[in-house]
Design a protein around this ligand. Structure first.
Ligand code: ZN
Length: 283
């Protein structure tokens, strides 16, 4: 090997090492941000996951701590920006990717969830288990401001609730709706047709701003559009099953082409068809 090519070999190795180190650093540094939704409601981000917090004179109401390091970060941000403690932590549903890290607020907060979430959170070994549970709805008045929690029936899990901030005209909805983006992959822990009925119920809440747990902020119409997507996909699969189509035939036929411009269309359409086909063809 000539000196010249040795030099380039070393340069290549050095470059590869730097790229690896850079990737490792990027993995250590999650993407985090805090954005104002409206009024006193803020949304915070940890990579693809979002929670919200609501600032009042009495203290802060936080929904979905996400995980321990996110909770520690957002707790410090709330303290430095508003000089407030989190006095209520609401869990949107039992899934650990949204509702871990509650223990960070254990000294100051009361924990709230749907009644069906409590046992699952406890069984998962998380220490910050719900203190207050409810079944259909729960109204809160914190520092003179209203927060309403609704259980719309089974949808994504048997315990997902939506959180309404009437003065901000905003609704926080995790997992069961997204803004111009296909539902996540293959409908893990979903109930059908219950989800369609739940989305009808959510659509009856009086709000303008849709605040999802993944992806960008949206408006009321985005929730209705997400409902339409699911209702159409559901009908397509019911028809395919009635006609005796197997999964591969269903995947070929069902294109949902009106939604071609939505996020993750190329990646997740087949997974959506597969997931719902399996759920609807289960004995
Ligand atoms: Zn979930």
């Amino acid at each position: 090997m000539s000196e010249f090519s040795k030099f380039y070999t070393w340069l290549f190795v050095l470059g590869a090492l730097l790229i690896t180190a850079g990737l490792a650093m990027a993995q250590d540094q999650p993407t985090r941000s805090i954005e104002l939704v409206a009024g006193d409601l803020y949304r915070f981000q940890n990579n693809a996951h979002y929670g919200v917090f609501f600032v009042t004179d009495e203290g802060v109401v936080l929904v979905d701590p996400i995980n321990t390091s996110t909770a520690e970060w957002v707790k410090a941000e709330i303290k430095s920006r508003f000089d407030q403690d989190v006095i209520y932590v609401i869990y949107s549903h039992d899934h650990a990717d949204h509702t871990s890290g509650g223990e960070v607020f254990a000294e100051t907060a009361t924990f709230i969830s749907h009644i069906n979430a409590a046992g699952k959170i406890e069984a998962s070994g998380r220490s910050a288990v719900p203190d207050v549970v409810f079944d259909t709805h729960l109204g809160m008045n914190v520092g003179g401001k209203e927060v309403w929690l609704y259980f719309p029936g089974k949808s994504h899990s048997d315990n997902l609730i939506v959180v309404h901030f009437p003065a901000e005209r905003a609704l926080f909805v995790v997992d069961v709706a997204a803004v111009r983006r296909l539902p996540y992959q293959s409908f893990g822990d979903y109930y059908f047709p219950d989800t369609l009925e739940a989305l009808t119920a959510i659509g009856q809440i009086d709000f303008d701003i849709l605040v999802p747990g993944h992806g960008s902020l949206g408006v009321r119409q985005d929730l209705l559009d997400h409902h339409s997507y699911l209702a159409e996909l559901y009908q397509e699969i019911v028809t395919a099953l009635e006609e005796g189509l197997d999964l591969e035939q269903a995947k070929t036929r069902i294109t949902m082409s009106d939604y071609r411009h939505w996020g993750q269309y190329e990646n997740w359409l087949h997974l959506n068809v597969e997931g719902l086909y399996r759920i609807l063809s289960a004995p």
